[in-house]
Design a protein around this ligand. Structure first.
Ligand SMILES: Cc1ncc(COP(=O)(O)O)c(C=O)c1O
Length: 417
């Protein structure tokens, strides 16, 4: 990723951020100071959340929370509720930062919104494609299948259940966690045998357990060769704010014509408050889930959420604006450095693990020494109970070299017994 590519994403100082959010909140409705009586919304309860507390003056996120804007609907589509137009504008800018600056879309060609999390954003994508296949290609409901790797997040199974779709998994290699043309071919054979004709692909931009990344061209060429129409969504809930910064050419971006939508999640690596999944899609797709029964909402609603807090969009925008693209790259490099540091030492100890060199996850093969450290260091298993084969370390902001060094010392002690 080269710095010159950033159109929307600017580094701002704290004063600039304060002013921008203050002006946005001024553009929103002020419930205390007007004659509006029809809106079923208000600021936070003033007996509990003091709206005049001095601390709020210098705390743009907290004051956004107290003012409580409702970002119901999708604000990149056209009309939206006028009451919250100031903070909706911040959300629109955030969507462009993510879609255009981070994921290579041409400016103004994407829609999106801040969802409750990665789960919702994945379901939103699958919902859109299910309706697309039915409406545009005359698909019967039971001819549509979700195709994803066996390392994919369980939200794909929630989507299959909720949307009444079946799901087919492509096996990954035990040690490299990659899908291959031949594992894809056998999955395609299975779906054909089951009478499926339309495919919703979910490719991973870093899986939950391994940080592994799928090659979208494997899916595209396999499905094209099989003559099956497909739509491809990228699950970047874990890796979306990291992987694009680690590659010269990110094939899981909007520059790839096969990819129509992406999930990001700011409440993971971005350390934003929970409730900050981000759904991004090429323009022209949200209409497949636009709900024209939502007549009381100006601009209608094309999101799974319904009402959602505008303060969440403000929080993510503030974090990205505080770092700017270079600061963000630097922060990610720090996580990479710590991860590589640990990997080098695990290599010296001949401890088996999986690591994608562009990810900050180290997934250790189970052993007595590793198991003995699980509770103390909070290592997360691939499966709770006795069946765990892998345990992961996720090198987040708080996972410093000091903490990793302590872990290593204990691991060495465990290996000696
Ligand atoms: C790859 C991936 N997708 C989706 C999700 C679901 O995200 P959320 O918990 O925000 O719904 C996660 C969560 O860990 C994830 O790692």
């Amino acid at each position: 990723m080269t710095p010159s590519k950033f159109t929307y994403w600017k580094k701002l100082n704290p004063e600039q951020i304060r002013i921008r959010v203050r002006e946005a909140l001024k553009d929103n409705v002020d419930f205390e100071d007007n004659e509006l009586i029809g809106v079923p919304a208000s600021h936070l309860d003033p007996k509990v959340f003091y709206s005049n507390a001095p601390i709020l003056k210098d705390a743009p996120f907290l004051s956004s929370l107290v003012k409580n804007p409702n970002h119901i609907g999708c604000h990149t589509l056209g009309d939206s509720e006028p009451f919250f137009r100031g903070t909706q504008e911040i959300e629109r800018e955030l969507i462009e930062i993510c879609a255009a600056d981070i994921l290579g879309a041409r400016p103004g060609t994407s829609d999106g919104y801040v969802a409750s999390g990665g789960t919702e954003a994945n379901i939103q994508a699958i919902w859109i494609y299910r309706n697309f296949f039915i409406r545009e290609l005359g698909a019967a409901h039971d001819e549509i299948v979700i195709l994803t790797s066996s390392d994919a997040h369980y939200s794909m199974f929630k989507a299959a259940d909720l949307l009444n779709l079946s799901i087919e998994l492509v096996e990954v290699g035990e040690t490299n966690r990659e899908i291959t043309s031949s594992t894809l071919e056998s999955a395609i054979e299975n779906i054909k045998k089951k009478g499926k004709k339309y495919v919703i692909v979910v490719a991973n931009m870093m899986t939950t357990m391994f940080g592994s990344v799928d090659d979208p061209s494997t899916y595209a060429s396999g499905l094209q060769a099989a003559g099956l129409p497909f739509k491809m969504h990228v699950d970047g809930a874990y890796g979306g704010f990291l992987y694009p910064f680690m590659c010269d050419e990110n094939t899981l971006s909007f520059k790839n014509p096969h990819i129509s939508s992406v999930t990001l999640d700011a409440h993971k690596l971005v350390q934003a408050p929970y409730g900050t999944g981000i759904f991004l899609a090429r323009k022209g797709l949200m209409k497949y889930v636009l709900n024209d029964q939502a007549q009381y909402v100006k601009g209608l609603d094309a999101t799974l959420s319904g009402s959602r807090s505008g303060a969440n969009a403000v929080a993510v925008w503030m974090i990205l604006s505080t770092y700017g693209p270079h600061g963000w790259y630097e922060k990610n490099q720090m996580l990479m450095l710590r991860t590589s540091w640990l990997c080098e030492r695990l290599d010296d100890l001949e401890v088996p693990y999986y690591r994608n060199p562009r990810a900050n996850i180290i997934t250790l093969k189970t052993s007595d020494a590793v198991r003995s450290l699980v509770d103390r260091f909070g290592l997360v298993p691939d499966s709770h109970g006795d069946q765990a084969s892998w345990f992961k370390i996720v090198v987040m902001d708080h996972v410093t070299l000091d903490k990793l060094a302590t872990f290593l010392e204990e691991l060495k002690r465990g290996l000696r017994v």
